[in-house]
Design a protein around this ligand. Sequence first.
Ligand code: ADP
Length: 255
Amino acid sequence: MIELKNIYKAYKKVPVLKGVSLKMEKGGVYAVLGPNGSGKTTLMKCILGMVLPDRGEVFVGGESVIKKHSYRENIGYLPQIARFPDNLKVEELFKMISDLRGQKGNSEDLIQRFGLEKYLSYKLSSLSGGTRQKVNLVICFMFDAQYILLDEPTSGLDPVAMIALRKLIEEKKQEGKIIILTTHIMDVVEKMADEIIFLMEGKIYFQGDQEKLDELTGSEGVEASIAQLLLKEEKGKNDSSQKNGFRFKLNKVAL
Ligand code: ADP
């Protein structure tokens, strides 16, 4: 399980996460949504231990992220921007990652799934954005991690790779892994997510499955429902009594 307990984080005194509490269970796909700057990447980095919260605590598999670091071996992370040396060939990169880890990993199967065989001898600098994303996905999944964190995983992917990724995520879910992803593509959420976590201004505005979201907003589909949430929030800003009422309803449904 992954648990965040009342997390606060500010950068240069500007608050980004303002009291986020969450539980994520095995065998679940969690989609973290929210406008740009709402704190999605920061939340992921808190789970990774790359960002330490100012207050609150994060537990991964029962271990506190602040106190122990052994859980990190069990995390596969796809960052939005992966910084690997551009002059490396794809096959050299996979070898380097395996050597650093001291474990071969299962890159062959993933190379095949994402159709990367013909790119193995290419330098990273010569790859398209989508192909680079496939390389990063191989690295994220190659050590069969228990916890998989994907920041915008579909970015640049063609439809064939999207299907390969969806199948992979489905398999990991069946194996009882925890998968957390951020995305702006609502189709991805509808097809993959068991639970939606909607962040707004550093707080959890909604948490629940798609049915609950539709029920709350009176809309159908994630895109329409999220649009409704944003509209009501905007309207609520100009009308504090409605805002309180709507927030009350949201909290009731989310808990
Ligand atoms: P999201 O992933 O939802 O777009 P982020 O977590 O990346 O949001 O960022 C939330 C806010 O924190 C943004 O305003 C961003 O500019 C700011 N921020 C993120 N990382 C840093 C940092 N290292 N230093 C200062 N500000 C940061």
